[in-house]
Write a protein that binds this ligand. Structure first.
Ligand code: COA
Length: 149
């Protein structure tokens, strides 16, 4: 597996990967439809954030999106292709994000997590820091976690 920056030509393929990955938790069609906009990557994401792809045998198997601005970092997305979950892809992308955030001068990295993924972020060293409102689903609160860098 290698990690590399995302290409503009593969943004729709990566958006579909995000949808498949999110659906791994068993959400219904209505929920997934409500998430689609938030999980769609466009050219502005390439301009305004860092998008890193995990690639295995020539195919994307995971993607992470990181924003580092004014000493603050946010892990905006971390999605692994369902068939590759549990094989270290998430850890590799998370460690990439933490390293780039630290090198960019951030003291901490914020994560607004899917409830099912919060235990993964705790395993990666993040601590609970309340909740944050979901941008995709009005009224839904998401676990908020912080990794000290
Ligand atoms: C959450 C996710 C990114 C984790 O990626 P992954 O590639 O499966 O994780 P890894 O295989 O690198 O696991 C690293 C460690 O975390 C642990 N871990 C992984 N997922 C976990 C979970 N859901 N709960 C608890 N621990 C978890 C692993 O056991 C492993 O521990 P180890 O170091 O003791 O072996 C992946 O499950 C995923 O994409 N899920 C669906 C989409 C999603 O919810 N993304 C997050 C949005 S906020």
């Amino acid at each position: 597996m290698i990690l590399r920056p995302a290409l503009e030509t593969e943004l729709s393929e990566l958006s579909a990967l995000c949808m498949r990955s999110k659906a791994h938790w068993g959400y219904d069609d209505g929920f997934m439809a409500a998430c689609r906009k938030a999980l769609t990557l466009g050219p502005s994401d390439l301009r305004e954030s860092l998008l890193q792809v995990a690639e295995d045998s020539g195919a994307p198997v995971g993607v992470a999106q990181l924003i580092v601005r004014e000493g603050r970092a946010a892990l905006e997305k971390l999605f692994v292709e369902p068939a590759h979950i549990g094989r270290g892809v998430g850890r590799a992308l998370f460690e990439w994000a933490a390293r780039v955030a630290r090198d960019g001068g951030a003291a901490s990295m914020i994560i607004e997590s899917d409830p099912a993924a919060a235990a993964f972020y705790r395993r990666m060293g993040a601590r609970d820091a309340g909740t944050a409102p979901s941008t995709a689903i009005p009224g839904r609160a998401l676990p908020r976690l912080i990794l000290t860098l």
